[in-house]
Write a protein that binds this ligand. Structure first.
Ligand SMILES: Cc1ncc(COP(=O)(O)O)c(C=O)c1O
Length: 379
């Protein structure tokens, strides 16, 4: 039996309704919102608006028009950073960011005069809030950080950071790739100005879905320009959101699937999904922890962990372990640096990488036991 433990990359399987929703859209709707004005176009627009409504409900965002669709969290982060930061701006981030945050920031440092401070996290990914506050300068424009590490599973205290950002009048961007749908997020209560999310992970949408939620009052420069369906005469993109940030034909089939994915999350409830995933995570950690030479990365405290369990095993190369798990046991895990060399540097695993298990809410207890037993038998 094939076992999929790479939900931190992309969730799989999807709820049945997601497959049906994409299929239905492609066969029966097939039009692009804002382009046409006929009934099927209106239906496509209704679907897109419904997703904006449910997304803003889920994240307690102040205004659904602030939900701009992207292909993934990476595009949303780029859109936020490049739309907001200018030469001379200082940005505070952390030492465990995914390349989706780190690379655009470094590109803007090299070519755009942006100044970066990365707060060093401890080896388990935890952060000291005092260290962060001590780095705030008069030029600090933005605090930009992930909500949870895709390597260590560590959940960062974004409510506290949001309060700090608000106190100092600094914008706050959160990369919620690992937590959207899997951990409660309250943009209003946590003072989050910009929230980047993946649609294809914890929201159970198809590949090529994600978005940026923008708090009203924040004006982003456009990072991509093109057709917006309406207001076509000016040579610049419209001011109004979400049109300003959505140039060109969007992935509306994916967005239709995302609608079903978010509905699934709402029906189950984020708290229930979190409980389920943490039951599985705890089971996995218990099953792995006594294996000879094996170290589990990330915090011991499960209340500040997501369903990501990365391990290193003395004397074994993570890529080889993943290859044997796949080829001999038909178990999909992810080895290497997980597009997050900064996190591995922080954990001391930059040279080796790690083997990552990431269960999802469809994972069963039996699958967890089977995966652990497979690793035990390899060792
Ligand atoms: C913490 C984090 N940020 C950003 C991303 C990028 O997400 P996407 O693949 O949706 O661009 C990932 C993907 O794994 C991630 O784990």
């Amino acid at each position: 039996m094939s076992i999929y433990l790479d939900n931190a990359a992309t969730s799989w399987p999807k709820p049945e309704t997601v497959y049906q929703s994409v299929d239905n859209f492609m066969r029966k709707v097939g039009a692009t919102p804002g382009r046409g004005g006929y009934r099927r176009e209106e239906e496509a627009a209704r679907i897109a608006d419904q997703v904006r409504d449910t997304i803003s409900e889920l994240f307690h965002a102040p205004d659904p028009t602030g939900v701009a669709f992207t292909m993934n969290a990476t595009q949303a982060i780029n859109m936020a950073l490049k739309g907001l930061l200018r030469s001379g701006d200082h940005v505070i981030t952390t030492s465990i960011e995914h390349n989706a945050m780190w690379r655009p920031l470094k590109a803007m440092e090299r070519g755009g005069g942006v100044v970066i401070t990365a707060i060093p996290c401890a080896g388990d990914g935890t952060i000291q809030l005092n260290d962060l506050e001590a780095q705030i300068r008069p030029t600090t424009r933005l605090i930009a950080m992930l909500h949870a590490s895709n390597v260590l599973g560590t959940i960062l205290p974004i409510a506290e950071v949001g309060a700090m950002a608000k106190k100092h009048g600094i914008h706050f961007l959160v990369d919620a790739a690992q937590t959207a749908g899997a951990y409660p997020i309250d943009m209003a209560g946590m003072n989050i100005d910009l929230l980047a999310f993946s649609g294809h992970k914890g929201l159970y949408g198809p590949h090529g879905t994600g978005g940026l939620v923008v708090r009203p009052g924040i004006r982003l420069e456009t990072w991509i320009e093109g057709g917006s369906g309406v207001e076509s005469t000016p040579e610049t993109m419209p001011e109004a959101l979400p049109l300003r940030l959505e140039a060109g034909t969007q992935n509306t089939a994916g967005i239709a699937g995302l609608l079903a994915g978010v509905a699934f999350v709402q029906k189950l409830g984020v708290e229930q999904i979190r409980d389920r995933e943490m039951t599985l995570t705890s089971l996995l950690i218990d099953a792995l922890c006594d294996m000879p030479g094996l170290t589990i990365l990330g915090p011991a405290d499960l209340t500040i962990r997501t369903a990501v369990v990365s391990v290193i095993v003395e004397g074994y190369v993570p890529d080889q372990l993943a290859a044997v798990l796949d080829q001999v046991f038909d178990i999909a895990t992810r080895a290497g640096l997980h597009c997050a060399p900064q996190a591995h540097r922080t954990a001391g695993t930059l040279n080796s990488g790690a083997l990552r298990f990431s269960p999802g809410c469809f994972t069963t207890e039996d699958e967890i036991h089977e995966a652990a037993e497979a690793l035990r038998s390899i060792l």
